[in-house]
Design a protein around this ligand. Structure first.
Ligand SMILES: [Zn+2]
Length: 347
């Protein structure tokens, strides 16, 4: 039947550039497609296709493929032959996996729409889709995002609403062109510090997560729209921190010493550390105290500072003050804090 539709669509001759077979109850893709190597656009949305036919691999000039609202269960392997493809719509299928090698040929893909599917994870290979500008995976079951997503340096619009994400990889900081980030209705506890490096970010939606505070550099983002309702954001109220005796491990003492000497440009330590890559790696994970500016490793005091949001931000609700996470090196520094800094009670 599909071939009959195709023949009808082909009235224009085999030079046809666009074929639209939208909502024709097609269950099997027409194999006659192989007679149309010059095809640019193929619209097969709203059918009942569960498998892509092998002949599709001959469509090496295809630019737009719409297989939305069908019965596919995976991102088909044949996609790798579609080397000219720029837009791929696979929304509203039953997709739970990527066939192996799928991403290899899609070097020109700028748009990938996988909304309303059943993906619980993404393969690392998505990092090979180097030209992607729009990636949309709303309404799936994603529990994590591979760090390789950070390789998609042209990405401008990333949509991950309605999934089960608990965190976002720090590598998001490499997405320097990202302008829109949608993370609404997930289970995210904290945003990575790397998000503060996204200088182009203008729209951020984190509504309906479990975020309490934001990373310190968050206030410097040049947002235009910020949606944060439905999060248990900390509100300003003083909490009395009970000073405890601080007992540091040998590792803490040593790392603090080394990190602070390095910060002072101690040339002996600087030369020596080069001989110990493992130690160098550990030290690279050190953090800086917001009061005294000294470094620490694993022991700190978590505080919150409330700052007014930028006047330029359009905010979804009356968010008077943005709670920023601040880490301090010791109770000594905690006792020197300013009036806007509060301890967070440990539960
Ligand atoms: Zn300090």
């Amino acid at each position: 039947m599909a071939d009959r539709w195709l023949v009808r669509a082909l009235k224009g001759g085999t030079n046809t550039k666009i074929i639209t077979l939208n909502g024709k109850n097609i269950t099997k893709m027409p194999s006659a497609l192989e007679k149309l190597p010059g095809l640019k656009t193929l619209d097969l949305q709203n059918n009942q296709i569960s498998k892509v036919c092998p002949e599709i691999s001959t469509l090496t000039q295809l630019i737009v493929l719409n297989l939305g609202n069908n019965h596919l269960e995976e991102v088909p392997e044949e996609m790798k032959y579609l080397t000219s493809l720029r837009k791929l719509h696979l929304f509203k299928n039953r997709i739970s996996r990527f066939a192996s090698g799928t991403c290899d040929g899609l070097q020109n893909l700028i748009l990938l729409n996988l909304n309303n599917n059943r993906l619980s994870c993404l393969p690392q290979e998505v990092g090979r889709l180097k030209s992607l500008i729009y990636l949309s995976i709303n309404n799936n079951q994603l529990t994590s995002i591979p760090a390789e997503l950070g390789h998609l340096t042209d990405l401008s619009d990333l949509q991950l609403n309605y999934n089960q994400l608990i965190c976002i990889p720090e590598e998001i900081k490499f997405l320097k062109k990202l302008q829109k980030l949608f993370l609404a209705r997930n289970n995210i506890e904290a945003l990575p510090e790397g998000i503060c490096d996204l200088k182009k970010l203008r729209i951020l939606d984190i509504a309906g997560n479990i975020i309490q505070t934001f990373p310190p550099g968050f206030k410097d983002l040049q947002l235009k729209e910020f949606y944060c309702e439905g999060n248990p954001l900390l509100v300003q109220k003083p909490i009395i921190a009970v000073p405890q005796e601080e007992i540091w491990s040998l590792q803490e003492i040593t790392s603090r010493f080394i990190m602070n000497e390095l910060a002072e440009n101690n040339s002996f330590i600087m030369q020596t550390i080069e001989l110990y890559p493992e130690a160098k790696n550990i030290i690279s994970q050190g953090k800086k105290c917001s009061i005294c500016g000294k470094f620490f490793f694993t022991i700190w005091l978590e505080c919150v500072q409330f700052v007014p949001p930028s006047k330029k931000w359009k905010i979804s609700r009356n968010l008077d003050l943005v709670p920023l996470q601040i880490l301090l090196c010791s109770y000594q520094c905690f006792n020197r804090r300013g009036p806007n800094l509060f301890g967070i009670a440990q539960v």
